[in-house]
Design a protein around this ligand. Structure first.
Ligand code: AMP
Length: 240
């Protein structure tokens, strides 16, 4: 069984990397941010509780987040393990987590703030089906429309310059101490998050001692046209 935490500033590709690992190793993937967004989009009670805080780029209260994480982990049998993304985000959450679960590794995706800004401000979300896009990585076939459902592509409510500045400040103030706690336990592997997603994934696996990922077959070139009409997103994965 493998139990991992993946950490990194917003836009560093946490969601994409966690999904690649969870698919190949049958891990339960828990993304706290995705769970909250799902609830906000569907106007649930939980969504109403977190919406304003999220839109301002601030952290949701610890009690609420810990309750959600605990309930989600209790719901799954995670026979092969789990990978949790977006949690813990501060010292209290880290202590709660270490008291309740033992972990095998913490994946730290390292990215400078300037690159984070560039990437995050290019993120779009389909207002219909929730698919994530990154306009730097690939554009949708029709500008502003989702390739999957044709819905309108909009920025995430919290992907504004102001909210991003708050999130970056919060991240450095609150999340770096979490990394220090995990470092003392020698759990942390740090990977440069700037290269393409496949390179980052291979680096993560090499450092965790996992078998390398089989690379997808290249798509044949069609007479000078782009091989793909533009796949969704930076990997079409939930953002992070
Ligand atoms: P993310 O998708 O990880 O960037 O999360 C989006 C938003 O959800 C954050 O800006 C917070 O408002 C909230 N959130 C996600 N994870 C946590 C957490 N561990 N603690 C507090 N708030 C969180």
């Amino acid at each position: 069984m493998r139990k991992y935490v993946i950490m990194g500033v917003q836009g560093s590709g946490k969601g994409t990397q966690a999904t690649m690992l969870s698919e190949d190793f049958d891990l339960v993937h828990i993304s706290v941010g995705d769970m909250f967004r799902w609830n906000v989009q569907r106007h649930t009670k939980l969504g109403a509780q977190v919406r304003r805080t999220m839109a301002a780029g601030e952290l949701v209260g610890d009690d609420l987040v810990e309750g959600v994480v605990k309930a989600t982990l209790a719901e799954h049998d995670w026979n092969f393990g789990f990978i949790i993304d977006g949690f813990p985000r501060n010292e209290r959450q880290a202590e709660f987590f270490l008291e309740s679960y033992d972990i095998d590794g913490v994946i730290h995706l390292d990215m400078p703030d300037s690159e984070v800004r560039r990437r995050v401000l290019a993120r779009r979300l389909c207002s219909g089906c929730g698919m994530d896009y990154n306009l730097l990585a690939s554009s949708p076939r029709v500008a502003g429309k989702c390739d999957v459902c044709g819905g309108e592509l909009i920025p995430r409510e919290d992907d504004t310059e102001e909210a991003l500045a708050v999130r970056l400040r919060d991240y450095h103030q609150k999340t770096n101490p979490v990394l220090d706690i995990f470092r003392r336990k020698e759990y942390v592997i740090t990977v440069d998050a700037r290269p393409g997603k496949e390179i980052v994934q291979q680096a993560i696996r090499a450092k965790l001692g996992l078998p390398p990922r089989e690379l997808p077959m290249p798509v044949p070139d069609r007479g000078g046209q782009p091989a793909s009409g533009g796949e969704p997103g930076a990997g079409g994965q939930p953002g992070g």
